[in-house]
Design a protein around this ligand. Structure first.
Ligand SMILES: Cc1cc2nc3c(=O)[nH]c(=O)nc-3n(C[C@H](O)[C@H](O)[C@H](O)COP(=O)(O)OP(=O)(O)OC[C@H]3O[C@@H](n4cnc5c(N)ncnc54)[C@H](O)[C@@H]3O)c2cc1C
Length: 446
């Protein structure tokens, strides 16, 4: 019998890793503790459940997330194929019906003859020769302690918050208007709640006075800057929200034929268009406070909430002191980390690192050398960042052009320069794929 791989965690990273390994002809045991042991925020026993936003962010190549998605697609991502096949309107973003998406991933993995899905908590890093740890930011306590012992350092974590979801038929459509910023996507992919100045000022004051849920761990644990709770943004200044998730630019209120002072955007959250999530509205306010304050948003006076915002702890390893760019650990080459626990941040980043760890774990199982990606691709730059950044004060990162080594491009304008950098990254990746034979086009059964 050939070597097999143990994957721990059936989230975005673990599901992608398991599928990549199986696709290369290697047997996989995929451990997922849900539904037996739930996490504080997952709601189902489905694999690859999206816990907050239903968006994988932009598909545009002038955007770092768009480039990362295109790279993952060329590398044969199952998660992106499932996302494409579960798509709901989201402007330039890849937004999905989270239930359909998770069901598609679950069926794909459970029907794969090389994958055995085992519904059990793994309390310690398994001793098996080839292991991918992809347990996400809400890893169970026992395994967190085991990882802490392996890495030799205290576990690292910060706080993160999730946004509420609203029932569509409780939204007042005589006030809320359908429109995408600058008419992108279908032109009317988002619902927009328009504020005049006085309502906005009252709203910010209410956020500042709103009662917050207590944090049970160390009080000075930082928030992740890319996912700040709205009340934390409000605390930073009256206009911070207006330049952040409540920015009104590129949207015209048809009732006034002008730009509102501020906007709250709602994005379709399921294929039936029954649920809409509040874009960028992560919060740690107490649930009754959320209902009270969010019902002061124009058009949401009678909003019914499918889910309210929450705060949670977010765990990750000090990747630069633990990992190689191949996502193998430095001290145990058969042990890989992928996904959010490996020190990246975001859905696509998690899936993409799962993909790469899966490729390399399969290669080891097949007696081949593990690979590194060129650092001037977005995924290569992420792997390079997590394995080479300064370990002191390490913070997880999203995909960003700033991670990719600078290549001078003779283009005017930021967008054109970024498009040129993306084109270069994709050219380099295509060469790499050709050299190593690791790319693929993926289409899942409908
Ligand atoms: C509440 C919250 C909101 C977030 N919101 C967003 C967002 O809106 N957009 C975004 O891009 N990113 C968001 N993130 C960050 C990140 O992208 C997601 O957490 C993403 O799901 C990470 O993928 P993953 O595969 O690493 O982990 P997960 O998707 O969390 O998967 C890990 C899996 O491992 C399982 N597991 C844990 N411990 C064990 C164990 N001991 N044994 C067996 N199984 C175990 C868990 O049950 C889980 O299914 C959010 C994170 C959290 C926690």
């Amino acid at each position: 019998m050939g070597k097999q791989v143990t994957v721990v965690g059936g989230g975005l990273a673990g599901s992608e890793a398991a599928w990549q390994i199986a696709r290369r002809g290697v047997d996989v045991r995929l451990y997922e503790m849900r539904p037996e042991r739930p996490t504080p925020v997952h709601r189902s026993g489905g694999l690859a459940e999206l816990v907050c936003s239903n968006s994988f962010k932009s598909l545009e190549l002038a955007n770092a997330h768009g480039l990362l998605k295109e790279e993952a697609r060329r590398l044969g991502s199952m998660i992106l194929a499932a996302a494409q096949q579960s798509r709901v309107p989201g402007g330039a973003a890849l937004a999905v019906d989270r239930v359909v998406f998770s069901e598609r991933v679950t069926a794909t993995l459970e029907n794969d003859p090389r994958i055995t899905v085992i519904r059990e908590e793994v309390p310690e890093i398994p001793d098996d020769e080839l292991v991918v740890i992809a347990v996400g930011p809400l890893v169970s306590d026992a395994l967190a302690a085991s990882i802490g012992r392996f890495t030799g350092s205290d576990y690292l974590y910060f706080y993160d918050a999730i946004a509420p979801v609203i029932e569509a038929d409780s939204i007042d459509r005589s006030i809320v208007f359908a429109q995408s910023r600058y008419g992108k996507g279908g032109g009317d992919d988002y619902l927009n709640c328009p504020f005049d100045e006085a309502t906005y000022v009252r709203f910010v004051e209410a956020l500042l006075a709103g009662e917050k849920a207590p944090l049970h761990d160390v009080d000075n644990t930082p928030f992740f800057e890319g996912c700040l709770p709205i009340e934390e943004m409000a605390r930073r200044g009256l206009d911070t929200l207006r330049f952040g998730p409540m920015k009104p630019v590129g949207l015209t209120d048809p009732r006034t034929d002008s730009e509102a002072h501020a906007i709250v955007q709602l994005r379709q959250d399921n294929l039936a268009a029954e649920h809409f999530s509040m874009v960028g509205f992560q919060t740690q306010m107490r649930w009754p406070e959320q209902k009270r304050i969010f019902r002061t948003i124009p058009g949401l006076e009678n909003a019914e909430f499918v889910r309210l915002g929450q705060i949670h702890r977010n765990c990750y390893i000090n990747a630069p002191s633990v990992l190689r760019p191949s996502l193998q650990t430095r001290t145990r080459p058969g042990l890989f980390f992928a996904g959010q626990i490996s020190g990246v941040e975001g859905y696509t980043e998690s899936a993409a690192t799962g993909l790469f760890a899966g490729i390399n774990a399969a290669r080891l199982a097949l007696g081949q050398e593990p690979l590194e990606l060129p650092a001037n691709t977005m995924l290569g730059a992420l792997c390079s960042y997590i394995s080479n950044a300064d370990p002191a004060g390490y913070q997880p990162t999203n995909a960003a052009f700033g991670l990719v080594p600078h290549v001078p491009v003779k283009k005017r304008g930021r967008k054109e320069r970024r498009l040129a950098r993306s084109a270069k990254a994709l050219e380099v990746l295509d060469d790499w794929i050709e050299q190593h034979g690791e790319g693929a086009t993926v289409e899942l059964p409908a």
